[in-house]
Write a protein that binds this ligand. Structure first.
Ligand code: SF4
Length: 362
């Protein structure tokens, strides 16, 4: 690990970046990259090198829509057991979160994996619904589980999403001038490099897949800056110790066997074409949206509005940073989050609060 935190090497890369006289804005789409960026002060360092780095829609808990959370809350209200990851239960819904529902006596379970949720179903007569959140990193384990023997009282509410369509949507929208993209290391370990190539080609945007150590990010940004200076737009791989060109063939195959793409709304975005993972017809017996269609009808009638003053939607499109939100550190803290970006450990506001400008809370 310490090979990737070597001060002398870091100083050499920073020196080279400074010599390039940069004035560029780039985006990454990964909560772990944001953590490294702020935890190690790389955001400040990059700014000194003429590189402005924005976080895009890279936090799965954050991009899951209020409607999707409300569906889980509605099913919990109907007496179903809802199992999901820790951060997801704290995301504020229309009137309450899943955590509030648990306090009121509903059966909401925090699990570390989908297998835990399946085990819960085996131990109870009640219906258990797994709220399946995440990108291509967690979707393969959901898919593999659906290919195994499952109890009849188990189903999933799938909120899984594909990352490359969101990158395309950002490029299409063109709200923010971006000179390049740092692609997510974990997602890329699964999907490989190919899905990014058409984005570079179509939008002439350079991309570098980077790992999560400080030197990975420094090197990734240097490689990106070099492409920008040379007028290139290709996909490069800094994270070669984990990412192969073809990705993880087995994980891709399992995902493709279980899911198919469909148009889906992301928080902060409207519909992103082919960005959602829908269960294929042969898995409908596990599809909570189908099984509980009647119970979920009421959610269709809700008019969802963002929490007053919350700027998560703009943060997820890279338009503003956490500190631009007037509620940051004041009305909105990790203890009393207003939006998902303050709840999730991958959320920009949570990370900024943890390592950045906590002092403004007073
Ligand atoms: Fe939303 Fe809170 Fe972040 Fe503001 S600080 S954007 S209210 S999560």
């Amino acid at each position: 690990m310490f090979r990737y935190r070597n001060k002398e090497v870091a100083q050499k890369i920073v020196k080279r970046l400074k010599e390039m006289n940069l004035n560029i804005r780039i985006m990454h789409v990964c909560g772990t990259h944001q953590d490294t960026l702020v935890r190690y002060g790389l955001d400040t360092l990059f700014r000194e090198c003429g590189v402005e780095m924005r976080q895009g829609p890279g936090c799965p808990i954050c991009v899951t829509t209020p409607k999707e959370y409300e569906e889980a809350i509605t099913l919990a209200r109907e007496g179903k057991v809802v199992a999901t990851f820790g951060d997801a239960i704290r995301v504020p819904g229309i009137t309450k979160s899943l955590a509030d529902m648990r306090t009121e006596g509903n059966d909401i379970r925090v699990v570390y994996s989908i297998e835990d949720a399946v085990n819960s179903a085996k131990e109870t007569q009640n219906d258990v619904i797994f709220l399946a959140i995440g990108f291509e990193t967690t979707a393969p384990s959901t898919a593999a589980t659906l290919l195994s023997d499952l109890p009849n009282n188990f189903s999933i509410l799938t909120c899984h999403r594909y990352v490359p369509p969101a990158l395309k949507a950002l490029m299409e929208m063109g709200e923010l001038k971006l000179h390049g993209l740092i692609d997510p290391g974990h997602v890329s370990t699964v999907i490989g490099m190919k899905p990014y190539e058409e984005i570079s080609k179509k939008y002439h945007v350079p991309q570098v897949i980077a790992g999560f150590e400080p030197l990975d990010m420094l090197m990734g940004v240097y490689m990106l800056a070099r492409q920008i200076k040379n007028g290139e737009a290709k996909v490069e791989n800094e994270y070669t110790r984990s990412v192969r060109y073809e990705g993880n063939a087995k994980a891709i195959q399992v995902m493709n066997e279980v899911f198919e793409p469909f148009d889906l709304v992301w928080r902060g975005f409207s519909i992103i074409p082919n960005s959602g993972m829908k269960l294929k017809r042969r898995f409908e017996e596990y599809n909570a949206k189908k099984i509980y269609e009647d119970e979920l009808k009421s959610v269709e009638e809700i008019k969802f509005e963002k929490p007053k003053g919350c700027r998560c939607d703009e943060i997820l499109r890279g338009l503003v940073e956490s500190k631009d939100c007037p509620l940051f550190g004041r009305a909105c803290t990790p203890q009393h989050p207003v939006g998902p970006c303050m709840v999730s450990v991958e959320g920009s506001c949570n990370i900024e609060y943890k390592y950045g400008t906590k002092k403004i809370q007073t």
